[in-house]
Design a protein around this ligand. Structure first.
Ligand code: G
Ligand code: G
Ligand code: MN
Length: 516
């Protein structure tokens, strides 16, 4: 569950920055398009004002004609001026009552429309003229003088092309309209579809409004230029995220977290190392040794996790589970021969209160298992550490139940001989280091003999541990040591294998249960 959340978090960590970068780029591009459009409109307005001013200046060159009658000579001069003009498509003379009475094409009585406003005085104004045949409007530049004025016509198409500034070439559209008047015209690329982005502005001098627009192909084409970068950034961030994710997921969970769950997940096993009566040549039981089948680290030996279980307190429920397991194993694997003695390892924690005694009582409650079969092993060091009232009481109660007590690893701790007497134990387990001295001239060699003598004087039974060689067995037997365990007889075995060992060693005919 926690791990799932972690994975989700890491995926987000890897993707969110990429998405944010993508959004940022999109926002940046859209903003860029808006600004480009605004700039295009501003440029177009500058061009448009300039075009109107130049046209007005050009018209003023012919101011002498204003007020003259529309003679063929005047018409010819207007036609010539029109032909020479690069901007104007027609020039006319304006009477004092604002009527075009003469133009390059001849006498006329045209009214050009100007946007509503105060009656025009001297100056430059613009208006429009809508063709009665095509319905298209053109821009009319008025230059008003005292006695009349001049007008010049700029074709809408010409006007747009002059102010456009290649916006259309870059997939835009440009439209010019007169304020309170008609749309003069619009130019757009042939495949123009929609105006997703629009910018609009008015001239400060003339009632002209210019609008520029583009569709999103502009954004897309810009976006595509960024794609290689985006892929690079995305891969970079994603890769970094994955790398971190893998590192975090690979990181081993601390063992104590696993240990707390191991019981519930049924990851423990019990192995049995046979204990042999070397005087009688019989297997009499075993020491129960925990194994932890860790899902990732494989089979773990107790020296790795027992200290941890002690620190975290889970040793109490683990031992309770072990006791139940041992009981079930004995009842199942030895249905007829229930004289299997089993040694159970304790820790100091077990001597601090009477919980263990309660657990033991529960174990024997239904009478199926005899308390005499259970031997509780406490190391010498743990006994010394617990030289106190509660520990004494716990051990007394263990004895009252009928179980026996062994001092484990005897000789390796501070030899608390006084403690040994007060605690009244039944067995001493001679540590392997002393058994190893048999047949050598090690300095510690006499200790083994001392332990054996001591045990005899205190009427304690001895169990030699870590016996590996025949001459060790011979020596121990000759010295009167009764029990031994070690690789010479057998390593710790799973229950079924131990049951087989027991039957073979003791020459018991196999029963149905032996095949377990
Ligand atoms: O063979 P093995 O590695 O299992 O033994 C290592 C030590 O782990 C043993 O000497 C024994 O003291 C300890 N040990 C094994 N099983 C248990 C157990 O169930 N409880 C406790 N407290 N110690 C155990
Ligand atoms: O409870 P105790 O600390 O005695 O546990 C004995 C430990 O020694 C266990 O880890 C067990 O697997 C191991 N062991 C048992 N017999 C032998 C043996 O003959 N030789 C060696 N080297 N180790 C043994
Ligand atoms: Mn032990």
């Amino acid at each position: 569950m926690k791990r799932g959340l972690a994975v989700l978090g890491l995926i987000l960590l890897a993707t969110v920055p990429s998405v944010l970068v993508l959004l940022l780029v999109a926002w940046f591009l859209i903003d860029q398009v808006h600004r480009d459009l605004a700039r295009a409109v501003a440029n177009a307005l500058v061009e448009s004002d300039r075009l109107i001013e130049r046209s007005a200046a050009e018209l003023r060159d012919h101011a002498v004609l204003v007020g003259q009658p529309c003679t063929p000579e005047v018409i010819a001069r207007l036609a010539e001026a029109t032909a020479r003009s690069t901007r104007l498509g027609g020039i006319g003379l304006l009477s004092s009552d604002s009527l075009v009475y003469c133009s390059n094409t001849g006498p006329t009585a045209l009214v050009t429309r100007a946007p509503a406003g105060p009656a025009p005085l001297e100056g430059v104004y613009i208006g429009w003229l809508t063709s009665s045949t095509s319905g298209e409007s053109s821009l009319i530049v008025h230059v008003r003088l005292q006695n009349g004025g001049l007008v010049g016509r700029i074709e809408a198409e010409e006007f747009l092309e002059r102010i456009e500034g290649n916006l259309v070439g870059r997939r835009g559209t440009l439209q010019v309209a007169l304020v309170d008047g008609p749309i003069l015209g619009r130019i757009a690329p042939a495949e123009w579809q929609s105006s997703r982005f629009v910018a609009r502005a008015r001239s400060a001098q003339y009632p002209i409004e210019i609008e520029a627009a583009t569709d999103d192909t502009d954004v897309w084409s810009r976006f595509l230029q960024f794609v290689p970068w985006l892929i690079g950034i995305g891969l970079g961030i994603g890769g970094l995220g994955c790398w971190v994710a893998i590192l975090l997921l690979r990181r081993r969970r601390p063992l104590d977290e696993d240990l707390a769950l191991a019981l519930k997940r049924r990851e423990f096993e019990v192995h049995y190392q046979p204990i042999v009566d070397i005087q009688a040549g019989r297997c009499v039981g075993a020491e129960a040794l925990l194994r932890w089948r860790h899902p990732k680290r494989g089979l773990l030996r107790p020296d790795v996790f027992i200290p941890l279980a002690e620190q975290t307190g889970v040793i109490i429920p683990i031992t309770r589970w072990l006791l139940d397991r041992v009981r079930a194993d004995i009842l199942l694997a030895f249905p007829e021969h229930r004289d299997i003695h089993v040694g159970i390892n304790l820790v100091a924690e077990h001597l601090r209160d009477t919980q263990l005694v309660e657990d033991l009582k529960a174990l024997f409650r239904d009478g199926a298992l005899s308390p005499q079969l259970i031997m509780l092993e406490i190391t010498e060091r743990q006994i010394i550490d617990n030289f106190q009232e509660t520990a004494l009481q716990v051990m007394r109660q263990i004895h009252e139940l009928g179980c026996s007590i062994a001092v484990d690893d005897f000789g390796t701790g501070h030899s608390g001989l006084a403690a040994l007497q007060r605690f009244s134990v039944d067995y001493l387990k001679i540590d392997k280091v002393f058994v190893d001295t048999i047949g050598t001239d090690a300095v510690s060699r006499p200790i083994l003999d001392s332990i054996v003598d001591l045990a005899h004087k205190l009427h304690l039974e001895l169990i030699a541990e870590g016996v590996e060689q025949r001459h060790q067995v011979a020596y121990l037997r000759a010295r009167g040591v009764r029990y031994a365990q070690g690789y010479y007889f057998s390593p710790p075995l799973p229950c079924a294998a131990f049951a087989r060992f027991y039957r073979e060693y003791n020459g018991v005919t196999p029963t149905v249960a032996a095949s377990i």
